[in-house]
Ligand binder design. Structure first.
Ligand SMILES: Cc1cc2nc3c(=O)[nH]c(=O)nc-3n(C[C@H](O)[C@H](O)[C@H](O)COP(=O)(O)OP(=O)(O)OC[C@H]3O[C@@H](n4cnc5c(N)ncnc54)[C@H](O)[C@@H]3O)c2cc1C
Ligand code: SF4
Length: 320
């Protein structure tokens, strides 16, 4: 029999035995495949986690807010356009109406070895990675961890590019980099303890006149995680010179990657295809692909280039 506890306060959730259940779009899939078998603690009824509100010059988003609500929220669309585009582009409308912001950040790897009950691996407490020796066609291009599957969270990548923070247990905050760690621990996707509840996402003050893009290379039209995905934020002056640039990439490393070298290159350059091409080339620097992931290096180039063009031209779509 399934042991499901309904928590109505943070304290109840933290003291209960089991894995937190929010929208359930990741967790219930793992249960169907007998990969998650313990108790569950429903955290959807905890008060105060379902709002988007102005906060300390920026905004904060409760961890139970759905992706759909983020994608449709006027203030997010106006002030953090790259987040709104990405939240409205991933998965399907049905998933986006259920999936929570906490769940999208803390979802589990999509690795098919991990999600098959017959296999064990580093992320299941084992001492090997069957994907490294086997099929890793969707694996990393920056091979920094014993686990070769990329981090799954689109929104984690975008929030990192917005220098967002997360609040844990209503008590402390951490950066997105602290949430995900340095990309060398192959045993987990994030650094939270099992009893930690991610309560809020905190966005810093918006950047004036920002143009943003989110774009993905994907193996089918939709309803699939990206092979490579990019968030780009630009500010361009009256002479079409770039005065602010932030670019991040997902689907290629054990944690989402910020690209400071690309940002440094772009600032002061004209917003032209020539500049975007050099930036896209710089984004591939240091790639050490696996035997089956060399194709993703070209995808990084193409996806960064396309996303920069889309940001500059304010193209409001994240689907390829
Ligand atoms: C067809 C399909 C395509 C998809 N494509 C993408 C994609 O392109 N990009 C992408 O990023 N995602 C994608 N997803 C994944 C989807 O975004 C996640 O399944 C969803 O966001 C998880 O949110 P949830 O509320 O349903 O989480 P749940 O399934 O309820 O939980 C997920 C995990 O997070 C933990 N958790 C949830 N909330 C909290 C909290 N507040 N504090 C602590 N722990 C918590 C849970 O214990 C669980 O381990 C896709 C899913 C599907 C089905
Ligand atoms: S260690 Fe990572 S890549 Fe290897 S099988 Fe497990 S989840 Fe997949």
């Amino acid at each position: 029999m399934t042991n499901l506890i309904i928590a109505t306060t943070l304290a109840e959730a933290r003291n209960a035995e089991g894995e937190f259940l929010a929208g359930g779009t990741d967790l219930m899939d793992r249960r169907r495949h007998h990969v998650s078998t313990g108790g569950m603690v429903d955290i959807c009824r905890i008060a105060g986690l379902g709002e988007i509100e102005a906060h300390a010059g920026g905004y904060r988003i409760g961890s139970q807010v759905t992706l759909d609500a983020v994608a449709q929220h006027p203030a997010i669309i106006d002030h953090y356009p790259g987040l709104a585009i990405a939240a409205g582009a991933l998965a399907t409308p049905q998933i986006r109406s259920m999936a929570s912001m906490g769940g999208v950040l803390l979802q589990t790897t999509r690795c098919w070895y991990f999600r098959h009950e017959a296999f064990t691996c580093y992320k299941k407490g084992g001492d090997s990675c069957p994907s490294r020796e086997g099929d890793h066609r969707f694996g990393v291009v920056f091979d920094t961890s014993p686990c070769v599957f990329p981090h799954p969270s689109t929104i984690g990548m975008v929030l990192m590019n917005y220098a967002a923070q997360v609040e844990i247990n209503g008590e402390r905050t951490m950066t997105m980099q602290e949430l995900y760690g340095g990309g060398t621990d192959g045993t987990r996707e994030h650094t939270l303890a099992p009893s930690d509840v991610l309560t809020q996402i905190i966005l810093p003050a918006a950047v004036n006149a920002e143009r943003a893009g989110y774009f993905r290379s994907i193996s089918r039209a939709r309803a699939e995680w990206a092979l490579v995905e990019v968030s780009a934020r630009l500010v361009v002056d009256d002479n079409d010179q770039i005065t602010f640039a932030r670019v991040a990439v997902g689907g290629v490393a054990p944690v989402p990657m910020l690209l400071p070298t690309v940002n440094d290159y772009l600032v002061g350059k004209p917003a032209t295809d020539e500049s975007f091409a050099v930036a896209a080339e710089l984004a591939t620097a240091g790639a050490n692909p696996l035997p089956q992931t060399g194709y993703k290096v070209k995808l990084i180039y193409g996806t960064v280039f396309d996303t920069l063009q889309r940001a500059y031209n304010r193209i409001w779509s994240g689907e390829g």
